[in-house]
Design a protein around this ligand. Sequence first.
Ligand SMILES: Cc1ncc(COP(=O)(O)O)c(C=O)c1O
Length: 369
Amino acid sequence: MLEKYGHGGDLRTAEESYGLPAGQFLDYSSNMNPFGPPPAVRQVLTVYADHIDRYPDPAVRGLRSKLAQLHGIDEQSILIGNGAAELIDLVVRQHNPVITALAHPSFAEYGDAVHKIGGGTAPIPLTEAEQFQLSEASLQQSRAADFFMLGSPNNPTGKLVHPELLRQLVKRGATVVVDEAFMDFVPDEEAYSLLQEAAVNDRLFVIRSMTKFYAIPGIRLGYIVGEPGSIAALSRLQVPWSVNSLAQLIGEAVLDDKEFAGKTKRWLQEEGPWFVNRLRESGLEVYPGAANYVLVRLPEQPGLTAAALQKEMGQRGILIRDASHFTGLDERFCRFAIKLRAQNERFLQVLQQAMAALQTYSGKEGMEE
Ligand SMILES: Cc1ncc(COP(=O)(O)O)c(C=O)c1O
């Protein structure tokens, strides 16, 4: 199982499991921008390598200022973190909520952060019948909650949450944290993002990751937007110098690469529907979303589970996410990243081979019985 530590993209476990060197895998189990890091990342690493003999700016002023300009918000409304993961943990610790409402399925770190502080959870069931779309009806069970942690686009479904639903929760008196880790991939993100509203509302927070869009998960970089008073309180809980100097400089440099951002959005608009159609032609049930990954359900075929397919594909050099580990999904759900055309063609070929191999094994087992 690749999700030994709870997430996709674990190449060390892949090496140990399938006996190939990390560099040889095509990783569809984590959702990075397939254009790879923008060229500015390597430049920063080369030019500023010497700067590691100094402490990083404890207030991350350069990057905060750039992000404030980009989003048209006050710098004091932004706190930078060592990846969005740090900020999920921090915002939960700061609020210490009694009952947190969590969508199922959703990113496991929300629940993990809540359980770490001994908080309770209320489920918001997302159903296959509703295409895993969060609706007003699905919020009914979470009436007792005073705190909401929701992904938009949600992981692993890729579905956006309608901003009006989120505004209603805030109006109702709840504190709402929206994880917009994959929002930069959405072509009309301004129509869905609550980032600007969060900058002036003390019951609304928006978390952004820079690791997916800029393909720098090894660097760790994300930010949270909230009303300045709430951000100051969060900052007091953060470990000093949590964001290292190279991460700060990389964050500033990649924001300047507008061509990279435009190219990425255009690619996903074209490649996403193409990939979804090919997966459907392969017999999979696909739940398309707005992000750079897709949730699928495997056809009913003896021996064809997400775990078996993961192993079969892993041995052929392609890593996929077994989505049965997400609460609310069964053993036939998988999540695949979307990459460039040539990679996707290779992926589809290997998928067919792996499904055929599993059919052959289960046929043999049937004969032996
Ligand atoms: C929905 C979601 N939020 C946050 C994160 C964490 O992102 P980061 O790498 O910035 O910590 C992930 C990582 O997979 C994610 O899927």
